[in-house]
Write a protein that binds this ligand. Sequence first.
Ligand code: PHE
Length: 370
Amino acid sequence: MKRFLLILFLIFSIFVFSEIKIGVLLPLTGGISAFGDWTKKGIELAYSQKSTVLGEKITLVYADTRSEKTEAANAMARLIDKEKVVAVIGEIASSNSIAAAEIAESRKVPQVAVTSTNPLVTQGKKFVSRVCFIDPLQGTALAEFAGKTLKAKKVAILVDIEQDYSVGLTNYFKERFEKKYKGQILEVRYKSGDQEFSAQLAQALAFNSDVIMFTGYYNEIALAAQQARAMGYKGYFIAGDGADAPELIKIGGQAVEGLYFTTHYVPEAAKTKIAKDFVEAFKKKYNTLPAMNAALGYDAYMLIVNAIERAKSKDPVKINEAIRSTKGFQGVSGNIDIDENGNAVKDVIIVQVKGGKFTYVTTIGPEDLK
Ligand code: PHE
């Protein structure tokens, strides 16, 4: 009888105690918490569809970065050193991913950034990858759109100097727009969290820009767009993927109507079966369409689980090797190949705010931007 109980206990404990922990590093509070919320929704949906791997239960361990780099690094250390996660999804903002990446790299635990597009996130690192394209491509796509489609000659760029993403994207845009389209650029600066942009916008108006471009995040874009329209600006607005949260429209309202931005995903353009199934499942679970970050969060989770399966191991180094050799992974945001630098090779999508909704405009592939 005793032995029977012991065996029962052992079986029970294997069932309960053997788990694979995946860390989720997100801005759940602070300036860009909407991005974090949407990503979390996508990850939770993916988890509800696949919560075991190698016959073990997966546990998600969340860590909040408070939208901030120091805390991003601390939270990454907590996930790895205390929680012993085998891989980490996150962060969203490039600056936060870069800060966290140093920790992941030194501990040899794979990090898969979701929508962090600055090249420095993965550059020179062996353990950091991402499920999105990078800013040299995004900046070039924006420059082509401004130069060719909008026939822009003068672009004023509002740059968030606290964000590597914003500074980088501005430079990549500039390179292409000045060289190929001989356009003129005026850069004006602000900092994350600013709410008052009239001084910068006055400069943009005096410069007579036909396009105002925003390379920061949705909060500041929404406020600056409102102030620009209130000051009588009639030209185009364009932005990068940092504009892509439904909160842009919630905050910006009529002022962001017509704004074009580059991004990774829009539900309307879902073509494959898994992409369509994702939209349906998301609507069923949350009663709303998935925002871009939900789709990429879903993909990041599924890609890691798929890598664990291929690695046939819980060893972070082996899992990392599998992540880095991912080819032809079917994501809901498109197919994902991870290149030799850990970056996903993917198309850039252009979306417009139209009738208070994100509307698909066109797709630009890496081969179109040579
Ligand atoms: N691409 C931005 C960055 O690297 C982050 C971002 C992407 C935020 C998409 C929101 C939506 O910082």
